[in-house]
Design a protein around this ligand. Sequence first.
Ligand SMILES: Nc1ncnc2c1ncn2[C@@H]1O[C@H](COP(=O)(O)OP(=O)(O)OP(=O)(O)O)[C@@H](O)[C@H]1O
Length: 620
Amino acid sequence: MNPVRTFLRKPVAVVAFVFLTVTVLACVFASKLAPFDPIAQDLGSANSLPTAEHPLGADTLGRDLLSRLLYGGQVTLSGALIAVLVFTVLGLTLGMIAGYVRGLIDVVLTKVVEVLFAVPVIIILLVVLSVFSQNLVVAMVTLGVLGFGGLFRVVRATTIAAAGELYVKAARASGLRHGAILWRHILPNLWGPVIVQVSLFAASAVLVESGLAFLGFSVKAPDPSWGSMISEASQALSRYPWLLVPPGATIALVVLCLGLIGDGVRDAIAREGRSRGRSVGAITIPDRDVPAASRSALLSVRNLSVGFGRGNDTTVVVRNVNFDVKRGEALGIVGESGSGKTVTARALIGLLGDGGRPLGGSITFDGSELGTLGKSALARLRGSGIGLIPQEPMNTLDPVFTIGSQLREVIRRHDKTPGRATHERAVELLELVGLPDPETVLRKYPHELSGGMAQRIGIALALAGRPKLLIADEPTTALDVTVQQQILDLLVELRARFGMALVLVTHDWGVLADVCDRAVVMYAGEVVEEATVVDLYERPLHPYTRALIAANPHGAEPGVPLPSIPGQVPAPVAWPAGCHFASRCPLALDACREAPIAMAHPEHDRRSRCIRIDALEEAS
Ligand SMILES: Nc1ncnc2c1ncn2[C@@H]1O[C@H](COP(=O)(O)OP(=O)(O)OP(=O)(O)O)[C@@H](O)[C@H]1O
């Protein structure tokens, strides 16, 4: 569903948006709407409560509070607007540059942002105001500069994720100019997170401006601003408490509305992301001789095909994938980049994104056919039945919330327990994933975590619903080597302890050997071989598996060059009619190129999509 429509279905967010719009417009048109001059005194009405003449009352000098509020809003909101503009321009442009260009520029900008995070904002603002003789514009520009780091981080992370998408890589490879890529492919991913961040920052800019005005650093008396009205009201607070209500309530409501709009936008984006990729199309290309879904297996995938695009523009990227995962078993999906591992894994949990959709086949999990489940049942299954460990956990953590609040939210969704029990479960989960001092970790924000800690949090989040199956997509690629091993050891330990099954996507045979019992080898969108990891290593029965193992750096001998597989994985649009690997295979015959190759069952529990198994065995 369109995210704007999803937002419009949230009444609280819509009311907040309408209130904010009306308030801003009323302030903009203060000269037309205000019943009085904001500085005109009428001592006869001094300190009056709301009356027909003064709808919000009058202050100690008899000045109309509604008029002062409308004019004062111009000062406060334009101050906040300046800060928001600086925040948005810097955060968006520098975040995109850092995330897209990477390298030294990324390192330098990230360090600068880290330094800015350490700067005490209010103290710097007071210094700026004293140097620039109480110039509020300079102060709000400074606030934008000091605060843009939050937006920078979100934009950078989103840009990195978007730039890593294959369609962006393809656009780069096709020679599209960087500006055009950023504009057409990256920017559309950013609007949602940017609106969320901007609305939250705008709320704090309103508060900071009001605070500075309260301290006397804004307009000069008798001109109003919301903060100066609070300051004036505070001087007569004990005798005329009402004076505080109009400016105080306005500031509180504006800040609340900005927060609610941010929340609404975030929910709308999240729902939009979840709803993509769920529709099941009509194209099915069934494989022959495929047994029905296994009753004993926890997960049974049959003839799964996945495509991207719509209608006639649909490109099939994964074709007729079949495999089973038994309870407690660890299955690896291995293959070169672009072979369809990630798409297959994400299809299992209904999170294809970016126009991806299952084109046919079935996924049966724990007796339920996922294609027949309604939205809410599927949502319940995610996390409680199947847990997903992300590739880049930092990107999946919301930078504006503490780890504790994010973990507790997920726990509450599954356990529906009261606050104390939820907290205890959060602590227990962090202990489970080996994080020392869980109470401190719960108070941290994502940017305070190392990569290894973030991945442990990712695992804790995946475990929160006590899933029967974990899906881990290259869970250690973003980590350095020593941390990689620790995370793998943790996965092995947790799996053994809770008897969970695991589907692990990897291109690393070392990881496969460490963690998995069995593996399917994928090539150009198809499963080409399936066997136990030991059998695959010792006696591969597909030329592609053999070539992959030979090119595996773990088996490299010092001084001996590592063999590589000549050629490249064909793009989905260029899949050949016959065996997808034929153009790179030393054993290929004409028969391999002429027609699709059926899956053979050369031995019990082994499958290979090859008609040259005998020749392969002879050659080895
Ligand atoms: N969002 C997308 N839009 C269009 N095509 C896509 C998209 N994501 C993936 N694909 C296509 O799906 C195919 C399989 O991609 P997938 O990411 O599953 O490969 P992979 O084996 O996981 O590779 P890697 O190890 O690099 O992640 C690719 O050839 C790619 O062209």
